[in-house]
Structure formats: structure tokens, C-alpha cells
Design a binder for this molecule. Structure first.
Ligand code: NAP
Length: 297
């Protein structure tokens, strides 16, 4: 890619989208579009936007991510998470562009007790997971130059995420009850954006040769309880109490275990993301998240 090539970033107001728009700006001219500029539930809007921007690379960070609400909004979740990635892949193929897409460990049922490989059988427990799996399949169905990166538990200093929820509740309460029987890997959106930028810096031909599905994730693993303790540190207040999933019922079921095996990513691209604890430390001492990039109408 040269600095004059166009890069389309969807979901530009999201945790990952705003970081991608910043991290990829060294590698091309960024067109960062939020939901108002590009509604991923609208096929005509997607096609019109891609054909007018004519990006050499699209990074699709837009997604319907309201996991519990998705149980009631199945059609919308599928339109954004399953249908839209397929349309983006068709448009990328049409103009010889590369598509980078993100998926989730929620495509798995969480019954395993060892990290999931890319080829492990899927079995989503909720509508969100099923819709994201639909997106992976829609992309795989189009023979485009597309890379799909599954990841898990994204946090940042903006938006709606576990880190900010814990900080807010810690300021309000003496005791926090946190689920200790779900295991995953926390990922700072900036670390995912940096890893993506490293790959993008290697050029479209490099990416096209490695089209496929990969697990892009920090090292290590944690329960929500352990993640909460790492966020809040050793302070005396609030007391953090481990509880079971059964004690914290939610409309959507979550996998009990969602650690992703990243060895294929490491073998293919030659590097690993740092351990989640180191990344969390960097996040909490970092400057605020970058502002939303330039949007096209
Ligand atoms: N968050 C996690 O823990 C997690 C874990 C694993 C994988 N992922 C995946 O990683 C990617 C990035 O997630 P994230 O954490 O950055 O999510 P996020 O902060 O919720 O951002 C998603 C963005 O998509 C936008 N969006 C929603 N519906 C849209 C529509 N119809 N048209 C256009 N944009 C729409 C949202 O806009 P509004 O702000 O207007 O709603 C939001 O800005 C997604 O593919 C997600 O599925 C996330």
C-alpha cells in the first residue's frame, strides 16, 4: 500500500474502529465511516459507499455488538454481522481489494478446556455468536482476498466495555460481584489495531496470499473476576467477590471457556501479541483514545 491508497474503515466510532483509523493512517488515505455515514444493515448504502470510495483495503470494524439485545433483534444482528461482511467481500473481490474483518470467540460453545484452534467445531450459544459465524461463512463463500481475525473481550478507554464498567461500579459500590467461571482473553483495541497495521504495512499482495481465518489475541487467559482484579488493583475498596454465571443470569448465554489458540497467526505472520496483563498496564497509562477519523457522507 502507498500513502495515496484508500483505506475504508467501518464502525469508526467503535472501540476498534477508531483505533484502526489512527493506526492505519500511516499506510493510506483513511475513509473512516460511522453508522450515520455507512449503515451496514443497508446493502445499497454499502455498495454505493465502497464504489464511491474505491478503497484498496477495507477494515470492517462495524458490528452489531449488543450481545444480550441481539436475542430480541435477530434480523438486525444478522443483517450487520452476517450479510454485510459478505457484501463487503463481494465488493472487495470486484475491485481487487483486500478485506480485513473481525469475529469473535462467541462462535464456540465454550465446552473445551484447551484453546480453540481455527478449525475447532463451532457452536454458538447466542444470536450474536451465530450472526458473527454467519459473517465468517459469508466471507469464506466469496473467493475474495479476505482475512478474518477472531478475537475476544475487547476493552478500551471509550465506549461500553468491562474495564469502564468496573471503574464506574468501583466508584459507586463497596462490593463488586464478578463472574469467576467464564474464562477468556482481554484485548485492548489498540493492540489489535497495531497488529492489523503491522500486517497492512506488508502490502496487499502479502495479505492476499494469506487470505483466511486466524485467531488474533493477546497471550494468557483470565476469568472476568481475574480481569476485574487486574483492572482495580489491590485497593481495599471495593471488595471483589467471585460469583458463578448462574448467580448473574443474562438474556444471552456466554461460553464458559473462550481462549483462542493463536499459533496459526504466529506461524503465518511471525509475531505474537503481548500478554494481556502487559497490554492492560499500557492501556491504563496511555493517552485517551484517538478521535473519530474523517467520515465520508
Ligand atoms: N467487544 C468485544 O468484546 C468483542 C469481542 C470479540 C470480537 N469483537 C468483534 O470485534 C469487532 C469490533 O468490536 P468493538 O468492540 O470495536 O465493537 P463496538 O465498540 O461496539 O463498535 C462497533 C461499531 O459498529 C457500529 N455499528 C453498529 N451497527 C451498525 C450498523 N448498522 N452500521 C454501521 N455501523 C454499525 C457501532 O455504532 P454505534 O456506536 O452507532 O452503535 C459501533 O461504533 C466487531 O466485529 C466485534 O464483533 C468484539
Amino acid at each position: 500500500m502507498s500513502r495515496h491508497d484508500k483505506i475504508l474503515v467501518t464502525g469508526a466510532r467503535g472501540q476498534l474502529g477508531r483505533e484502526l483509523a489512527a493506526a492505519l493512517s500511516a499506510h493510506g488515505e483513511i475513509f473512516a465511516v460511522d453508522r450515520a455515514a455507512l449503515d451496514l444493515a443497508d446493502r445499497t448504502n454499502i455498495v454505493r459507499t465502497v464504489r464511491s470510495v474505491r478503497p484498496l483495503l477495507t477494515a470492517n470494524a462495524g458490528a452489531y455488538t449488543a450481545v444480550d439485545r441481539a436475542e430480541q433483534e435477530r434480523d438486525l444482528a444478522f443483517a450487520v454481522n452476517a450479510t454485510a461482511p459478505g457484501i463487503l467481500a463481494e465488493e472487495a473481490r470486484r475491485c481487487g481489494a483486500v478485506l480485513i474483518h473481525y469475529s469473535t470467540h462467541y462462535v464456540f460453545d465454550g465446552a473445551q478446556r484447551t484453546p480453540y484452534s481455527e478449525s475447532a467445531p463451532t457452536g454458538p450459544l447466542n444470536v450474536y455468536g451465530a450472526s458473527k459465524l454467519g459473517g465468517e461463512r459469508a466471507i469464506a463463500h466469496v473467493s475474495a482476498s479476505a482475512l478474518t481475525f477472531r478475537t475476544s473481550w475487547i476493552y478500551s478507554l471509550v465506549g461500553s466495555n468491562f474495564l469502564l464498567t468496573m471503574r464506574k461500579l468501583a466508584a459507586e459500590r463497596d462490593e463488586l460481584r464478578v463472574v469467576a467461571d467464564q474464562t477468556g482473553v482481554p484485548n485492548w483495541s489498540r493492540a489489535l489495531a497495531r497488529a492489523t497495521a503491522t500486517l497492512v504495512s506488508r502490502g496487499n499482495a502479502y495479505l492476499a496470499e494469506r487470505a483466511g481465518l486466524y485467531h488474533m489475541c493477546a497471550g494468557g487467559e483470565a476469568t472476568w473476576y481475574e480481569f476485574a482484579r487486574a483492572i482495580l488493583g489491590d485497593q481495599a475498596r471495593p471488595r471483589i467477590v467471585p460469583i458463578t454465571t448462574a448467580e448473574y443470569p443474562t438474556p444471552a448465554r456466554r461460553p464458559a471457556y473462550g481462549v483462542l489458540d493463536t499459533r496459526l497467526f504466529q506461524r503465518t505472520f511471525g509475531f505474537a501479541l503481548p500478554q494481556w496483563q502487559a497490554t492492560l498496564k499500557e492501556c491504563v497509562t496511555s493517552a485517551a483514545e484517538p478521535p473519530v477519523g474523517e467520515a465520508v457522507g
